[in-house]
Ligand binder design. Structure first.
Ligand SMILES: O=c1nc2n(C[C@H](O)[C@H](O)[C@H](O)CO)c3cc(O)ccc3cc-2c(=O)[nH]1
Ligand SMILES: C[C@H]1O[C@@H](n2cnc3c(N)ncnc32)[C@H](O)[C@@H]1O
Ligand code: SF4
Length: 321
């Protein structure tokens, strides 16, 4: 089997500090109203982590609803996220946080306890501020671009991506991809770009039907042209129902399947396929599924000493898998 036919995934478990969010993206099935979602306690996290230790989980994806930057509860919210990451890291896990836009200082602090971080650009076109993002101030394109820039300045290995099928035009997608390519050329910190098909759930108000994943391979080919070669293209297998389309996506240039875990918190109606099932799809087509860490080797020297130590321990475990 040729070495280049490798597809990676991350053994991830998602912790949600809170579902409460001051934004109301109309496609969201995750959010709760501010004050209406109890925050995850550190005691709950400790219990969970203990169990996950035995489950082969490496990445803790810390995915959160957002407390407004001007709210009196913002600092407590941020502290809880920091503490969750710290706990996970001291348990030997590798945290990856996506908690929406952060202050520069917040990002700087989270860098100390995250192997990598993430924020989706969604789409850069301002037209969406009049539709799906009408009541989502943290989806202002300039704000998200600035986050990518700050992450670069801070040398944080970063995951970003596009949400597809939320009312953008085809050329809007190209524009968003080009912006990511440009920012990466400046800072060199984008490790992956997720091409995420919008998939309807039963809690949203947006009425559009799912992004038709048959259009993904073509977009992946275009993205592969636009993005620098060192950026990996990630696609979520649970949102691509047709196995032959999944294989077409790989032929077109996608090379990562993201975090595979027991629950997709953002799309709870679309459980991840089991690894065994994925291998049954991939192997006959000559693809080998391999575990990766939430940070890529070219960024190891950007990490804090504590993180480097945890990464080294995982590298060691991977060799024995
Ligand atoms: O590495 C990341 N993976 C992200 N993923 C992928 C994730 O790794 C997995 O697909 C699962 O959600 C893990 O349970 C997302 C998946 C979604 O459905 C929606 C949003 C995200 C956001 C991120 C992210 O910021 N960073
Ligand atoms: C965390 C990320 O989840 C994605 N996201 C939010 N809602 C949906 C949905 N219905 N389908 C697919 N992806 C979604 C957005 O891209 C967000 O940034
Ligand atoms: S997608 Fe993120 S920002 Fe938008 S409402 Fe949902 S949790 Fe909030």
């Amino acid at each position: 089997m040729s070495l280049s036919r490798i597809v990676t995934y991350s053994a991830a478990y998602t912790l949600v500090p809170t579902y409460e969010c001051f934004n109301r993206c109309t496609y969201c099935n995750f959010r709760a109203d501010p004050g209406r979602s109890a925050w995850l306690t550190l005691a709950e996290v400790e219990r969970k982590l203990e169990y996950l230790l035995s489950q082969g989980i490496c990445e803790i994806l810390v995915l959160s609803g957002e407390v407004h930057p001007d709210s009196s509860r913002r600092d407590a919210w941020f502290q809880r996220i920091y503490d969750i990451c710290q706990l996970a890291l001291s348990g030997g896990f590798l945290p990856h946080t996506n908690a929406g836009p952060l202050r520069f200082q917040e990002m700087q602090q989270l860098k100390q306890v995250n192997a990598s971080m993430g924020l989706m650009l969604e789409q850069l076109t301002p037209n969406l501020l009049e539709t799906v993002h009408l009541h989502a101030p943290s989806k202002v394109p300039e704000l998200r671009l600035q986050q990518l820039e700050w992450a670069g300045k801070l040398k944080i290995p970063f995951t970003t991506g596009l949400l597809l099928g939320i009312g953008e035009r085809k050329d809007d997608r190209i524009e968003t991809l080009e912006a990511i390519a440009q920012i990466h050329r400046q800072w060199g910190h984008i490790q992956e770009v997720i091409l995420q098909p919008y998939s309807p759930g039963d809690r949203q108000s947006f009425t559009a039907s799912a992004f038709n994943s048959h259009h993904l391979p073509d977009l992946i080919a275009k993205a592969r042209d636009i993005l620098p070669q060192t950026i990996t293209i990630q696609i979520p297998p649970n949102l691509i129902p047709d196995a032959s389309v999944l294989l077409d996506c790989l032929e077109a240039g996608a090379r990562d399947l993201g975090g595979i875990g027991p629950k997709d918190e953002v799309n709870p109606d679309y459980p991840h396929p089991h690894l065994q099932r994925l291998r049954e799809i991939l192997e006959p087509a000559g693809w080998q599924l391999m575990l990766r860490l939430p940070v890529y080797p070219q960024y190891y020297d950007w990490l804090s000493p504590q993180l480097r130590e945890a990464v080294a321990a995982w590298e060691c475990k991977l060799l024995h898998f």
